[in-house]
Write a protein that binds this ligand. Sequence first.
Ligand code: ZN
Length: 266
Amino acid sequence: MNETEKRAKEFRLQNMTWSEVEETLQKCDVAIVPIGSLEQHGWHLPEGTDTMVAIKLAEDVAKKTGAVVVPPIWFGWSPHHMALPGTISIRPDVLVELVSDVCRSLVHHGFKKIVIINGHRIVNIPWLQLVADRIQEETEARIVIVDPAYIGKKIDEKLAKTLDFGMIGHADELETSHMLFIHPELVEMKKAKGHKPQKRKLYFIDPRAAEDTLVYVPSRKAEVEKLKDVSGGCTGEPEKATAEAGKEIHNYIVDNIIKAIEDLKK
Ligand SMILES: [Zn+2]
């Protein structure tokens, strides 16, 4: 493969020239914006876990669809995780403005469909919904938000049956498996220590929950502080994680995002 051919396969916006962007747009007007968080993920996972998951999903989807991947937004809204060192939290209004401006710029250049891949689960979702609504009101563009917890609901249900994976937690068996598959060099399994929360009657944020539930209530810093010595800030049972499960989760979600993009193109 010569240099020109190699460049033609580039899908990361930051590595493309403007004329390559123009050429790409003639074939595909889909842009993917990966966003996550930079927050504590227990003793065994890196702070950037949520964003790393979003980036890898975005890149694997782009390779198969011709979409362009925008440089990731490494920060999300994480006030509750400020309890432990390293977390960087962006205020919701700043997040909304930042992601809105990224989307506006993309639409300005001709990207008519924007897929926001959110690795930070429900904590980022309200703000991203504001962005999507705002941009769709302002422009003709379609904005969709993809989150592994929702678009991977079926595979999570399967792993709950076959590997006894539990409900959505934090730095849990799902996230740890995903990271064991995409970034095994950054996972310290020997340090993984779980903490299975007691079943609550009216407070579930897991889309798989069958029970009645409250609407989402954000966690508080004091709750994360309590976990510091128990599980290093983790909720769930990361000891059950495997790279094979991570591969299943990853590929399942990639296939579903591709289907979502095909639908958008219709
Ligand atoms: Zn996470």
